[in-house]
Design a protein around this ligand. Structure first.
Ligand code: FAD
Length: 303
């Protein structure tokens, strides 16, 4: 099967992009296709390629930056919060070269979606996006870059993937990348039956879709029993023999429960479990950045 060397750290670059089209692919997902002048310089590494997007404030036509050079983060933090762009993490769902475009799948939440009055700036922006809308992205300029986490080491026998709608773009990219015949077991939590997507792959993939019955992911309570259907399904599953490499993403509490199960109850080597909380119930991305900055974020190797 395909394996890779250690993660590379490589340059990311700012790109000004515009919405080419917005397509509602399912009840919970809108696919935004972006175009831009310099997109020949953008190079997605595929798989779970992450990048940052910067949204204009509601009263702005485009994001306002004071500095997009090496000192951008300090300059961005120093900006008036009412003026500075809203920064969010997303995944490149697909990059195309003819024409030069890339797609991002936004999981919609809140803002009237599923009756939830909450929501966040990125979800609201995506739900209202129209051709011509402008934003800025910080995206990779070389394919082998540090924004790709899915890197199974040599000796991996099979792949385990779990996630929700926010991780579906990454899972699609990983499945598309796997070598023919690679064994993969996949659990994906979705809100609605129609949130299933075709996931083309040459891998020998066994994909289980777990529908939340229309309830928004944020409606789950804090107790372990209500972490969503993925931990329960995994607990009941028979796993293949051999050495797995696991990639887990989605809501942070669910990610933690899945990782604990794999490491503690299944005895899987923690170094072969790549896990990322893509969002946390009750916390905005600003809250998560503030925790990281203050050093109060939960330890990443805690299991
Ligand atoms: C590396 C990485 C890659 C990601 N890729 C994608 C991607 O390709 N597509 C995608 O849709 N998301 C992706 N996410 C998740 C996305 O960044 C978060 O969902 C983000 O919080 C959305 O921003 P927002 O402005 O809509 O909400 P925020 O302002 O950040 O949060 C507002 C409220 O909504 C809640 N919330 C946030 N997301 C959800 C959700 N999905 N369901 C229910 N409640 C939610 C928060 O807990 C908070 O209470 C990724 C995250 C990371 C770290």
């Amino acid at each position: 099967m395909t394996t890779t060397a250690a993660p590379a750290t490589a340059p990311f670059r700012f790109f000004d992009v515009h919405v080419v089209r917005a397509l509602r692919v399912s009840t919970s997902v809108v696919r935004i296709t972006f175009g831009g002048d310099r997109l020949d310089e953008l190079a997605s590494g595929g798989r779970d390629q992450r990048f940052k997007l910067f949204l204009p404030q509601p009263h702005q036509a485009r994001p306002v930056f004071h500095d997009t050079g090496d000192g951008w983060y300090t300059a961005w933090r120093a900006q008036d919060p009412a003026e500075r762009p809203v920064m969010r993490s997303y995944t490149i769902r697909e990059q195309r070269h003819q024409p030069r475009e890339f797609d991002v799948d936004f999981a919609l939440h809140g803002a009237g979606h599923d009756g939830n009055p909450g929501g966040g700036p990125a979800s609201r922006w995506a739900a209202a996006a129209r051709p011509g809308g402008r934003l800025t992205v910080l995206a990779p300029a070389v394919e082998d870059n540090g924004g790709v986490d899915f890197r199974p080491p040599p000796g991996t026998d099979w792949i385990l993937l779990t996630g929700d709608e926010t991780a579906l773009p990454a899972i699609a990219g990983i499945l598309a990348w796997l070598s023919p015949g690679t064994r993969a077991k996949v659990w994906i939590e979705i809100a609605h039956e129609d949130d299933r997507q075709p996931l083309p792959t040459f891998a020998d993939a066994d994909i289980t879709w777990l529908v939340r019955d229309g309830a928004d992911a944020a409606h789950h309570g804090p107790d372990a029993a209500s972490l969503g259907p993925v931990p329960a399904a995994l607990r009941a599953a028979e796993l293949p023999e051999g050495t797995p490499y696991s990639w887990i993403a989605g809501e942070a509490g669910t990610v933690k429960a899945v990782r604990r199960h794999l490491v503690r109850e299944r005895g899987i080597d923690r170094r072969a479990v790549k896990f990322t909380g893509y969002w946390r119930r009750g916390a905005t991305e600003e809250d998560l950045i503030a925790e990281l900055t203050a050093g109060t974020a939960p330890a990443s190797d805690e299991d």
